[in-house]
Design a protein around this ligand. Sequence first.
Ligand code: HEC
Length: 109
Amino acid sequence: MKLLMKTTLAAAFLLAGPVMAGDPAAGESKSQTCVACHGEGGNSTLPMNPKLAGQYASYLEHALRSYRDGGRKNAIMAAQAAALSDEDIADLAAYFAAQSSEMFVVPKK
Ligand code: HEC
């Protein structure tokens, strides 16, 4: 019984396929356009642009896929996400998630 369970679990993992883990270094080079709005390393100082630094990668990935696929509506980010592949999204999410969030940056007026 135990062996059966182990085998079933192993099969389930194999069927689920590889989890796409982003590459932070690749994400950094893809983030050039993003930092114009989201700040260096994703530490935005403009209140209208959310901070990306230190957010969970899974959350960032979900947000980017939603903008791209139309589930989350925002004209600016829809345009930004339109051309991103799943790999780009995983890389960007890994990069911004790995940045330390500077929580106490005073927003510019
Ligand atoms: C022209 C400015 C601009 C650029 C360039 C830009 N963004 Fe954004 N981004 C925004 C704004 C504004 C929002 C908030 C949109 C909303 O209200 O949903 C946002 C939201 C997001 C969010 C959701 C954050 C959250 O907390 O829910 C993510 C993730 C994101 N952007 C990633 C990126 C990435 C990655 C790039 C580069 C490929 C990028 N953005 C480029 C302006 C920009």
